[in-house]
Design a binder for this molecule. Sequence first.
Ligand code: FNR
Length: 330
Amino acid sequence: MLPAHADFFAGGAGEERTLRANLAAYDRLRIVPRVLRATGDRDLRTTLFGAELATPVLVAPTAFHLLAHAGGEAATAQGAVAAGTLMVVSMAATQPVERIAEAGGPLWFQLYPQPDPVFTAAVVKRAEAAGCRALVVTVDSPVFGRRDRDLRNGFTTLPAGLACENMRDETGRVRSIEMNATLGWDRIAWLRGVTGLPIVLKGVLHPADARLAVEHGVDGLIVSNHGGRQLDGAIASVDALPAVAAAVRRRIPVLVDGGIRRGTDVLVALALGAEAVLVGRPVLDALARGGADAVREELERLTAELDHAMALAGAKRPAELTPDLVAVAG
Ligand code: FNR
């Protein structure tokens, strides 16, 4: 992979403080296991918006998979399906959502609402027609993050021949993805009128926003700082999770992403109130290494580690993981 492309995948905004904080937060959190719980075999099955998954580990939406592997997003989707989970297709995918959907499993579609509502609605309809079962609206990006590595490398456009295939309009032209600093809660209400799909907001960190989301009829939340790629200095996502979970009070599912690298991290996130987690860079690294098979292996590794950690912590099901199982290291 070209160094500039590797930097695009690995890097974060600014000093990369939030990127590091996402990982450091899991280093600080310790598991307080229960004993003699007679769990027997664990049961990791997780249902989200009607999709029955083998594991609570999902694939986060990430851009430009064709830069990582010739199989592109379709290979990632195949890996996710083989591992019994689902992928969130990025609006910045380099293959058409219809082709990615050929993998056959459940898919969700990630949307950056565009300033042009007609085009935005057309993209949503296209994702729906391709079989996507939820709309993940990314709300942490009113403007692009300033990613120092990309600025230094001058990485601004895709190489010739690659494009954001889901940004083609009715004339066949590929539009650029625009960030939109005029987005407000009214656009979420507007989206509700455009689609019957569950609407999941991605990039919520403040509990007041979590409450507003519930009041606005949002169907789910992803606690996320975009893997440290947007607001540098933002709180680590797992540090934001308990207050968001407390604000939501189980009325809608709360998911989390950012810095999850081991099954024990998944356990901690579930214990602190997430129903499922998503992983970004671990999947991209696997895709680059070995396509669909490596993506499947990576997701299976995380799942097997979670299963093992649950046995040792005394939980049979994700729902048995509660906040008392986590302590902050002194
Ligand atoms: C992302 N992420 C992201 N999010 C989104 O909503 N739309 C997108 O197109 C992208 N693109 C993207 C590209 C790359 C290279 C990365 C690393 C991340 C953010 C992603 O969904 C997720 O929030 C983080 O990746 C989670 O953190 P980890 O697992 O990478 O630490």
